[in-house]
Design a protein around this ligand. Structure first.
Ligand code: NAD
Length: 486
């Protein structure tokens, strides 16, 4: 079957599609078959300039609208995303290779939640009144930052664009968004839908490109903030470039998150958490719990049920809704993950299941579990970003916490136990931004999301995100005559 996902043009600026074939080609490959389904072009300097100028020109008027009016646009966009969920999900599957069974519930749906949530908040963004002794007072104004740049990773293109656009636009900013060069298609639809919902031309612009286009956006003097979703090495570069211009940042970066499974845990629940936290989206999720620490009393039962249940994964055509496990996003990512599997074997981890490429077109890899993994092994230290789970032994609570925290990352962490006092005690000591008790990898829009340590700066979702897309100004008001010492 041949898929054609060619958009009208590569970029979306000032309310319309625009092309510049001078830019480096970007071929979009459907990872389930290896076929090229679209050809786009990276933004040339002229396109980058147009996008920034359009975002700058639109910002003042957009910010001057009432929050309620801006919110209405976002909520309309949420409705359109939901109405077109199936078409958008098919496109998300073509862009990323994730199975339709996932994209139908996790991508446009999550994007719509963000637009609806921040659309709802937009009308209630206010400053404060602070009374001072003697009658003077201070009031604060919450103001947008200006032009914001969003830069996305390839695993959740629709969701990432919406998680950044929704709070940015709610606060009165405009945005230029650069999707990952691996998955450039979905964000164009988000831009189209925002315009259809009534956002003014220029409020949300999309430019395609590789790293240098992201770098050009980051360093432009018109840009007040950069929000990146990507790896830690890219985060270091983008953060440093933004620092040069004293710009605001949100950094949603990588992880090597731990899950602690205590002896008294519900085995099925712990296995569910570990499966969702390692194999959803073929393991290509930043907050995955890829270091699963299991106490000895439950280890055999855990590994037995895990292996049995992984046998029920339906690996196949992502467009078939029965499929629950799809390919890796790209041949490059497949190669990276295969390299880690080879390292795991070489360094002495025990391969419990999986480990091989699947013999079919596309970039398919078996769900893979290693046991008897030690903290020093490469697979326990580095982010793999694929379907590879490391199971490590641990004896007691203090040791589990110490080893769970012994990493530069701090995105997420989970605890499975029936002892609720212990659950709260343990999560209170784990260094991560998103913590789970008897659950894993759930990201409702109402909850803050983001990392500590090298996993990031700032928070997406929830009311917290408002603080990262606006700033407060204070006005001192004297009601008494001004005084001076002389
Ligand atoms: P990446 O870091 O390679 O690229 C991310 C984006 O940055 C891409 O759009 C890329 O073109 C751009 N980029 C690269 N160099 C740049 C530069 N110098 N200046 C500006 N932009 C530049 O990441 P990836 O491979 O696309 O995605 C996988 C990574 O993303 C993983 O590490 C994963 O953990 C992380 N991730 C984090 C979250 C989160 O919310 N914390 C979510 C998804 C993915």
């Amino acid at each position: 079957m041949t898929h054609d996902a060619q958009p009208k043009a590569s970029h979306f600026i000032a309310g319309d599609y625009i092309e510049d074939t001078e830019g480096d080609p970007i071929d979009v490959i459907y990872s389930a078959t290896g076929e090229t389904i679209a050809r786009l072009h990276a933004a040339t300097p002229a396109i980058v300039e147009k996008a920034l100028a359009s975002a700058k020109a639109a910002q003042t008027d957009w910010a001057a609208m009432s929050g309620t009016e801006r919110g209405r646009v976002l909520r309309r966009a949420a409705d359109i995303l939901r109405e077109r969920n199936r078409d958008l999900s098919v496109l998300e599957t073509l862009d990323t290779g994730k199975p339709l069974s996932e994209t139908l519930v996790a991508d446009a749906a999550s994007g719509a939640d963000a637009l609806e949530y921040f659309g709802g908040l937009a009308g209630s963004l206010t400053g404060e009144h602070v009374q001072l002794p003697g009658g003077d007072f201070v009031y604060t104004m919450r103001r947008p930052l200006g032009v914001c740049v969003g830069i996305g990773a390839w695993n959740y293109p629709t969701q990432i664009a919406c998680w950044k656009a929704a709070p940015a636009l709610a606060c009165g900013n405009t945005m230029v968004f650069k999707p990952s060069e691996t998955t450039p298609l979905c964000t164009l639809k988000v831009a189209e839908i925002l315009m259809e919902a009534g956002a003014p031309a220029g409020a949300f612009n999309v430019v395609q490109g590789y790293g240098p286009v992201g770098a050009a956006l980051t360093t432009d003097a018109r840009v007040a903030k950069v929000s990146l979703t990507g790896s830690v090495p890219t985060g270091r570069k983008v953060y440093a470039a933004a620092a040069e211009g004293i710009k605001h940042v949100t950094m949603e970066l990588g992880g090597k998150s731990p899950i602690l499974v205590f002896d008294d845990a519900d085995v099925e629940a712990a296995v569910s958490g570990a499966i969702v936290g390692n194999f959803y989206s073929s393991g290509q999720i930043c907050s995955n719990g890829t270091r699963v620490f299991v106490q000895p009393g439950i280890k055999e039962a855990f590994l037995k049920r895990l292996t049995e249940r992984l046998g029920d994964a339906v690996i196949g055509d992502p467009m078939d809704e029965a499929t629950t496990f799809g390919p890796m996003v790209s041949e490059r990512q497949l190669g990276i993950v295969q390299g880690y599997i080879a390292k795991g074997i070489e360094e002495g981890a025990r391969l419990v299941t999986g480990g091989r490429r699947i013999d079919r077109p596309g970039w398919y890899l078996e769900p893979t579990v290693f046991a008897d993994v030690t903290d020093r092994m490469t697979i326990a230290r580095e982010e793999i970003f694929g379907p590879v789970m490391s199971v490590l032994d641990f004896t007691d609570e203090a040791e589990g916490i110490e080893r769970a925290n012994a990493t530069e990352f701090g995105l997420a962490a989970g605890v499975f136990t029936r002892d609720l006092a212990r659950a709260h005690r343990v999560v209170g000591q784990l260094d991560a931004g998103s913590l789970y008790i008897n659950a894993y990898n759930l990201t409702p829009v109402e909850a803050p999301f983001g990392g500590v340590k090298a996993s990031g700066v700032g928070r997406e979702n929830s009311k917290e995100a408002i603080h990262h897309y606006s700033e407060v100004r204070s006005v001192y008001v004297a009601v008494n005559p001004a005084e001076a010492p002389y």
